[in-house]
Ligand binder design. Structure first.
Ligand SMILES: Cc1ncc(COP(=O)(O)O)c(C=O)c1O
Length: 361
């Protein structure tokens, strides 16, 4: 792999500085942090803070764009003109790739899990609008998606195009940089707010956000715990996936990491905390109580969570907090929830919400 010019970035307030690979500036950064004043009051002295990564952009909102800043820089470095990626029908990652591809002049080909719906909604509607090419692959044939990606890459090559395959959620060695950089941003936020949370909490779907936060915490010296709620697969899967991604990252960027804190990380020693039990009926569908939590947060804070990722993780956070000293967030004074986006996934699930009767004035 071709390595690009290094960008050394020093932030004097921070205990360490690292070199990043080439990166595009695609997200609105830094994102703000909001304290949930009213909602937190339900939990006595615990403060819930939210890192507003749903504000990284409008059409490209959410966590994926932080990873794509590095993945698409890589595509440009390899002179690619086509991006091939994959995910669910309502994939936020695919939507962000489709939008940014249109913006930067890439052809985008998405492999989406499921049958082509009659009416595209939410993220899928945006994929259509951005002109992404889409292959729908039924769920029972999903094991073929990597083969299909290779075939597509070869087909594009035979027509003179050059494709880069970005795996699900851009959760690979390159995408890992997104949340390493986000952790650097968080450490600066904590210093400005004069608050260091006991926990950083996020949803985990393909593992890249979680892995980046864990590695970033090691590099930049975050003293609390990174705790994730998985919305797909299981904690054992993410235990392996995170360690494997970190190993790949160390191998792929060995030159860049030489002599830095990143090279001293031992993947098998990492604390990978994934809390299971909040998937509900399965990936992409959720119980009544998650819909209720989403509504309560919207009512009390004007903050919108989604039913696939952030709603489930936030519901997990609240449920664990309610367990007090028996819960996964025992002894917390401050908790930082990373809002990873997903707003467009709310609309296709509108039937899950119970709305009040409105007064007839
Ligand atoms: C809105 C949203 N939040 C969280 C996640 C999980 O992030 P990751 O795939 O990095 O685990 C995803 C994607 O999977 C997402 O789209």
């Amino acid at each position: 792999m071709k390595h690009l010019t290094l960008q050394r970035k020093k932030i004097s307030a921070l205990p360490t500085s690292i070199a990043y690979p080439e990166r595009l500036s695609l997200a609105n950064l830094p994102t703000p942090i909001t304290k949930l004043e009213r909602y937190s009051s339900r939990f006595g002295n615990v403060n819930i803070w939210v890192k507003r990564d749903e504000l990284t952009g409008l059409e490209v909102s959410g966590n994926k764009i932080r990873k794509l800043e590095f993945s698409i820089a890589e595509a440009q470095a390899q002179s690619c003109d086509t991006l091939i990626t994959c995910g669910g029908l309502q994939s936020n990652h695919c939507r962000a790739t489709a939008v940014i591809g249109a913006r930067l002049g890439f052809k985008v080909h998405l492999i989406l899990r499921g049958e082509k719906p009659e009416d595209p909604d939410g993220n899928l509607l945006m994929d259509y609008l951005c002109g992404a090419e889409i292959s729908f692959l039924p769920a029972d044939r999903w094991s073929e998606h990597l083969d299909l990606a290779s075939q597509l890459k070869a087909q594009y090559q035979s027509t003179g195009r050059r494709g880069l395959f970005i795996p699900t959620g851009a959760s690979d060695a390159t995408g890992l940089w997104g949340y390493i950089a986000a952790t650097e941003e968080l450490i600066a936020d904590f210093s400005r707010l004069e608050m260091t949370p006991d926990y950083i909490v996020c949803a985990t779907g393909s593992g890249g956000t979680q892995a980046g936060l864990i590695v970033g915490s090691k590099i930049f010296g975050f003293s609390g715990q990174v705790l994730s709620f998985n919305v797909s697969d299981d904690p054992e899967y993410f235990d392996l996936k995170v360690r494997q991604d970190v190993k790949d990252w160390q191998r792929m960027y060995s030159e860049l990491l030489e002599g830095t804190a990143g090279s001293r990380i031992i993947p098998s020693d990492l604390e990978v905390v994934t809390h299971g039990g909040y998937i509900g009926p399965g990936y992409g569908s959720c119980d009544e109580e998650v819909f209720r939590t989403i509504q309560e947060v919207a009512v009390s804070e004007g903050l919108f969570l989604d039913p696939v990722y952030t709603g489930k993780a936030f519901h997990g956070l609240v449920t664990e907090l309610n367990k007090g000293s028996e819960g996964a967030l025992a002894n917390a004074d401050n908790i930082l929830f990373v809002h990873t986006g997903g707003l467009f996934g709310l609309f296709p699930q509108q039937k899950g919400f119970a709305f009040p009767e409105f007064a007839d004035f």
